[in-house]
Design a protein around this ligand. Sequence first.
Ligand SMILES: *Cc1c(COP(=O)(O)O)cnc(C)c1O
Length: 433
Amino acid sequence: MKLYNIKQHDEQVTFYQALIQGLGKDQGLFFPVDLPKFSALEINSMLEMNFIERSVHILSTYIGSELSKNSILSCVQNAFNFPVPLVFIKNNIAILELFHGPTLAFKDFGSRLMAQMLNKVNHQFDKPMVILTATSGDTGAAVAHAFVDLSNIHVIILYPKGKISVLQERLFCTLGGNISTISVDGDFDSCQFLVKKAFEDNILRQILDLNSANSINISRLLAQVCYYFEGISQLPHQMHNKLVIAVPSGNFGNLTAGLLAQSCGLPVKKFIVATNMNDTVPRFLKNGYWEPHPTVSTFSNAMDVSCPNNWPRIEELFRRENRSIKELKYGCVNDMLTEKTVQEISDLGYLSEPHTAVAYRLLSDQLDSDEFGICLGTAHPVKFKELVECFLKKKIQVVLPVSLKERMRLPILSYETSKCFSSLRNLILKIVS
Ligand SMILES: *Cc1c(COP(=O)(O)O)cnc(C)c1O
């Protein structure tokens, strides 16, 4: 697989390089040189396959000879080891539940596949591989669970002390083994600042092979292409060409993956871009001006992003295929309407949460009578239990997965540090030695 840097087209890399490097020169995103195309016949036979077999087929078509089919198979089997049900909540709308992974959000797909793939290429390096990342809560959990037991890769996660929820902290700070967590006496920005300093630090770079495992990595997008196919495979054939998919969006990785799936032949009629009041993209699609406002906090906090870092990939895809960005439907939903929508969905007998509700609102409002809608369910309602209970004015009964319940009782294993970089450096060196 060959990829180029969107900002400097002459910088080309292999899949391995893009996987390890993440970003190209000038912070440019990598984009595939060749976009695979499957015929309608091939798509139909792919939709007959099971999730694992089909995902191997899709990934090996993209990646080519750099990873053998068998290697991809073992990555996929280890990464995608949880169900992806499509749940019909109305005669014309279904929710694709992407939250049955270990950290109860769709980010498990991308993080887990990336971890498995890095584990495959890791033997080529002579320095210890260290994943260093800062989290405000959710990403850290997804990354930690993705890498746990891949013992030749160290994972170090920084988080702001006292500023993440109890459930979040227990979720990723109790794992031990190759997963180390550090609570920093500061806020999320100071964690991010420390991580940035570490990547620039010559002492650390000499000794370690640092990787950030963040969401712009191409392997994470490819993982997500696979579940769009899985969702559609669960629909009757006659609905295929009337299909509208609503994507709750923050950094726009999820939408990028959906558009890639459509580009290689998956029958989707249109996509709806759904944001909360951090609506840079809906405003851009409406009036053509890219004008990010300061980020505001909303109920759907994983979508509180005003400068979405995957957006250039979406523009690149439309440019490459001579399509107009105007094809995208869009909208934004404020907190009040999000709350009302969680109630409305609950009246249909389905428990949702704010992110999913944002997408459902726009889907339900914009769906034509001859269309069928899929709304991506990106997080498990239990992750937002307090909020959802407050919206519905009642206690909700959700069964926490057993593994999670047990985890809630384990001790926190985190190290602590100040905002001072040299003490972080010493701590990192101690952890990996
Ligand atoms: C990250 C996240 C999103 C946004 O996905 P992007 O790919 O960043 O657009 C939506 N919902 C939930 C629950 C998330 O964690």
